[in-house]
Design a binder for this molecule. Sequence first.
Ligand SMILES: *Cc1c(COP(=O)(O)O)cnc(C)c1O
Length: 322
Amino acid sequence: MSETEIKLMIPGPVSVSPEVLQAMSQHVVPHYGDNFIHFYNETLDLLKLVFKTNQNMFLYVGSGTAGIDACVGSSLAAGDKIIVGSNGFFGDRLIWIAEGNGLIVVPVKVNLGSVLDPADFLQAVQDHPDAKAIMAVHLETSTTIINPIKEIASIAREYDMLMIVDAISSIGGVPLKFDEWGLDLVATSINKCLGAPPGLSPIAVSQRAWKSINASPPKNHGWYSDLRTWNKYATEWADWHPTPVTMPINNIAALNVALKQLMEEGIENRFKRYQNLAIQLRQGLNLIGMPPMTPDHLINPVLTAAYGPEGVPYKPDRSISC
Ligand SMILES: *Cc1c(COP(=O)(O)O)cnc(C)c1O
């Protein structure tokens, strides 16, 4: 099998197109100067179309989790209270990240395979009006459940709390509207629905989030992972060196091409194409005795989990407790 024929049938990273691969193999160029500024800003503008936002965006260097960690640590101080939803492996990781940043966590949990319930968040904010933020996963990859982020965010808005979202496996394949839904900090990764190689975590930050990030006392979140550092370079050195550190140029070049391919197809068209493929996949799985894990009304356009055929043993549980 030639490399171009490799088809990764895993939640991520995903196989990238030949054009994206081609972009990666270009010369290494500086992460500053006119040429860089042009394609860096173009890439950010394309990302804003996908996030549906006019707010600041950053290309944070690292995996998606690095982006989430920077969002949490930059906007909240040790001792702050946060309400964290979890219905699976990555929700539990958000709890772990919050605790790792010294936050007091109010967990909002439902059973594996269930959807997070906005009513539970309403109860949690009423029980904990001193909480500063709500955090949840958009697409819980471990169970393929898509959580009602729009509804949960409206509770955050009503109670004046920040809304932080792990949209690592959803953005580019599942609708998310940063501005319209009133989200505050959202991080994703470029190697899932955005169709680029791993290495960058695009982050969107609202004006409300900036108020929190800039509030005294400072958050003591190091230097690299403090979003204030990234913003300082993005503003003060905007015209020649917009990031605090050396950027993985080739990954940005690859992302740029992947985003242009998404725009060429049309975001809505891509959503529809994935949805249609998921419907066909689910039909096929049912036919071979591997029913999809979620009922039809909880169809996930980008990720399908299925039960194994009868008589075939499942893999052991590999979850990590936190
Ligand atoms: C893949 C995934 C992660 C982990 O992303 P990394 O890029 O490996 O840090 C976190 N959350 C969700 C929902 C994911 O699907």
